[in-house]
Ligand binder design. Structure first.
Ligand code: GLU
Length: 256
């Protein structure tokens, strides 16, 4: 199976912006094991801006463009250094792909991207993808990695997209505010009700929230790819998913 895994900043980093070492080590171990069992794994990783901010000792995630791009430039190095080191321990080779909206909307660039990633997969590489935050400005940006991960899954005809998040799925209302909120295990159809319960963006470090995840689910399911949102607290959850156990919220692909 070809699987795209998206991991958000709040899963990768502590609230200080510094790396959550235990979690990232576990993530790399589980992804390596899944790859060893014969699946193709593509990782869409956030964290560049958050980790750059941590490394630069900025008190908060920057909001002005120049500092955000500087932080991304620092943080992306840190991110790839970490992945390279940890995946090497399990004998896996990683590659870095940084994309802007132009790269996925311009036909020639999009084709180049697909050709490269298919070749990387043939070469048994584990591609790590992020938005190219150091050059992305308003006109160029995809904006969030949930959407980016869905565009990647659609482009390479992945069968499954898993979004590891700081929330364990889609709830009937915001579980941080409403104790009666219940998890919706399966979504067959993304309708106005589902859109209406998506609420507002979440944590301080990440940039997505549920709205972008629903948008991602629309892109993925339309392209014939199942999508699951689940908690990234313990990356072992990926084993449950591959064993077909009910985990988080599953958005069922459209058959075409
Ligand atoms: N590309 C951003 C980063 O690496 C994150 C975007 C997102 O979390 O949606 O910091």
């Amino acid at each position: 199976m070809r699987i795209v895994i998206k991991v958000g900043t709040s899963t990768l980093a502590h609230s200080t912006g510094r790396l959550n070492i235990r979690r990232v080590e576990e993530l790399c171990k589980v992804l390596s094991d899944i790859k060893n069992s014969g699946h193709e794994v593509i990782l869409v990783s956030s964290g560049a801006i958050g980790m750059g901010a941590g490394k630069l000792n900025l008190k908060e995630k920057p909001t002005d463009i120049a500092t955000r791009q500087a932080a991304a430039s620092v943080g992306q190095c840190e991110l790839m250094y970490t992945y390279d080191k940890l995946f090497s321990e399990y004998n896996h080779t990683v590659s870095q792909i940084l994309l802007t909206n132009y790269d996925v909307t311009n036909e020639k660039s999009h084709t180049n991207f697909k050709n490269t990633i298919f070749r990387l997969l043939e070469l048994d590489v584990l591609p790590v993808i992020n938005e190219n935050d150091t050059v992305s400005t308003d006109e160029l940006e995809i904006g969030d990695n949930d959407t980016l991960a869905a565009i990647v899954a659609e482009s390479i005809k992945a069968e499954l997209l898993v979004i590891l998040s700081d929330i364990s799925g889609l709830y009937t209302s915001d579980p941080r505010k409403d104790e009666n909120a219940t998890l919706i295990p399966v979504v067959e159809e993304i309708d106005d009700y589902i859109r209406s319960i998506a609420g507002t963006p979440g944590s301080r470090l990440g940039s997505g929230g549920m709205i972008t995840k629903i948008k991602a689910a629309e892109i993925a399911t339309k392209s014939g790819c199942d999508m699951i949102i689940c908690s990234g607290d313990n990356p072992d959850i990926l084993y449950n998913i591959l064993e077909g156990k009910q985990t988080g919220t599953k958005f069922v692909k459209k058959s075409n």
